[in-house]
Design a protein. Sequence first.
Length: 288
Amino acid sequence: MQSNFFRRLSLVSVFAFCLAWSATGQESSLLWKISGNGLEKESYLFGTIHIICKSDFLMDERITSALESTEQLILELDMSDPQLQLKMQQVSMNPGMKYIQADMDEPLAKSLDEFLLKNYGAGLAQLGVLKPFVLTSMVLLKALPCTEMESYETFFTTKATAAGMPIAGLETVEYQVGIFDQIPQKLQLDELGKMLSENYAQNEFQSMISTYLSEDIFALDQTMNSNGMMADYRSILLDERNQNWVPKIEEAMKSKPVFVAVGAGHLAGEFGVVALLRNSGYTVEPIR
């Protein structure tokens, strides 16, 4: 049960669900071409959503052709690491295997326990050792209005592996988990409570999917700037990570064309990957 969950969902993916909708009118796309600044060959940047219904999975020739024209796949995490699933499970537990319900108010504990029992066949007595953001991810996973799901990271990893392309990660599982350890537990539990509210998670997910499929990364960024915990902790959840990623991407592009696939929420904004690459002298163009 848990192993299937961890195969599907990156540890930071829960916050992809915080995205909603608006319009900016700016030229936008999920796929961007990177050229210039001394690069011999073009590289590509793609914005993912970590989990999506199979019927909504956006994949077309421009994306697959871009991947096939490169020589290395770069993801947030190295999904080809055979120890990745084990590492995810190990770092998702509360320190000392503490049961989190002791820190919840009674209504939240009751609602969460009932939800977990209904949807996963195990309640807080079994799953209460998991950190709040993992439990929130489990709630959001059930917000998908489908039983068949797809993952961009898994799709790209499968393609790259079949083609013999090397795969690299921009950060480690331990680093990702450390981000959430910097956010007060109470605030994370408050967000978890929201997700358990009637239709809240479903409405958030449907809105986010609509914006994602429109490929409007600037609308996603605007929403994140005004969305509770994501807005309050944007610096550590997005901006600092983007600034850490870009030098690694630059170094990789020097020797070979690469295909970089990271959460779509990382692309736009003043400290988004698109702007940071442009500020470093690269030409970054949307491909529609």
